[in-house]
Design a protein around this ligand. Sequence first.
Ligand code: ADP
Length: 542
Amino acid sequence: MDNLMQPFSLRVSEIIDHAARYHPNRKIISRNIEGPIIETSWIKIYKNSKKLSKALIKLGINKGDRIGVMAWNTARHLEIWYGVPGSGAINHTLNPRLFSQQLTYIINHAEDKVLIIDYDLLPIVEQIISSCKTVQNVIVISDLDNMPKSTIPDIICYEELLKEQDEDFEWIKGDEKEACGICYTSGTTGNPKGVVYTHRSNVLHAMTSASPDMLNLSSRDRVMPVVPLFHANGWSIGYTAPLAGASMVMPGREMTPEALFEMLEKGVTVTAAVPTIWLLLLNYLKSNQLKLSTLERVIIGGSSCPRAVIETFQKDFGVQVLHAWGMTEMSPLGTICSFKPEILELSEEQKISIQETTGHPPFTVELKITDDNGNKLPNDGITQGKLWSRGAAVVQQYLKIDNKAVDNFGWFDTGDVATIDKNGYMRITDRSKDIIKSGGEWISSIDLENAAVGHPEIVEAAALGVTHPKWDERPILVVVTKENSNISKEQIFKFMESFVAKWQIPDDIIFVDQIPHTATGKISKIDLRKVLEKKQYTHPDL
Ligand code: ADP
């Protein structure tokens, strides 16, 4: 029988249309880069995004052109989030923390035609612009008063550009499978790789992510993404919040605990970021005896969330932790740790142990673990294997790379090692390249790190496998302690014994002032190894 239903195209413009139509006056509170906190609404964001689309087309942007956007989380960034794809162009998110060589590489590789950047980030672009071959215009997100002087000729002031337009504009239409956004993986080895999201994948992913077992978003929520919109598709929050008709708080550039606390207290009910942000915030709240008056849920992902963070949020602040796993290639959410009914029967302590896993996949995501030969391994919660994924918003091929990123059955190798239990709860034990292979057994560097940071005097820890004459590899631990701490190696070994098996305890501990991080704020094991090489570190048995 013929299709008798209406042809509704899953394009992201539908999301902002919906928010403007049915939630027009929902507040969007934003700390703009100039400093002041402003209030706007979905209807105003919708109108400005239409103006931007119109302006981009006047600048000569055609369907499928790429626009590089380097901006912090502000209301204006939301306008761009919809204005760019609304013009038929593709929103290429740029992480200002990347090295300039990497930025130049990805701008050239994506062939960005226009760059839209926050005004404080202009110096980064000035440094590289002469090597960015395809860029024709640079739009600086600022009003006229704050427009910086620049060595780049003819930079365009964002607010002035919008002033010249009206909002009488029809979104550029097209197939839902057209490209909508690009985000490059961080490229810890080799060049970064471009993941191209379609309108359809972004809409499906947002619908799934907003659902009750995922972020559980509704129009009664006020969502604050601390995770930058340029990190892994902004964890999809730029789509999920307006889709749910939720209000938003955009924290801007200020990431200090004081600044985040101030923004959280603007009625935020849901927030999201990597664990390091929350470790700092919790310390700040405790030392200043502060409470969180409206926050209900915190989504924590990007790297493993230590048990202590889960406990502190839930027991001391009454905030539910939703531990999540995902990756740029998955749009990005793959699992979230919400409770299935079988978990509700467990004791409080057991529930927290479940929350140390990253939870279960939603509709549209499928996961499996295999051995190195591709044989499926059991979901017994113990057996570790290579983690593969398949789904509606999972990469199939990277930009301009001929080979598919999936096997013949459509499975994508995530590069992670995991266990899956009988209820479908997945626990990341490591990235496959970081797992420590000791005498044929695998030791999870994440388990060791989480055990160590549970100690109140340890700020951060990184576990590495180093060559060992008898065991191939043995774990060592690099730690940053709190200021003025004089905790000894023996005290740390003793503390860790309560959390990991004795044979997994690291053979050595190295105290450092700081551990190197990647552009997305994760521990950079590659750089850490370089630091140790410089110190000519070898295992104590060698
Ligand atoms: P980047 O490395 O640039 O931050 P991604 O955000 O795509 O890129 O990183 C995805 C990887 O982050 C995953 O493959 C996994 O190794 C790690 N990761 C994400 N969430 C978690 C989590 N909750 N626990 C452990 N590892 C995680």
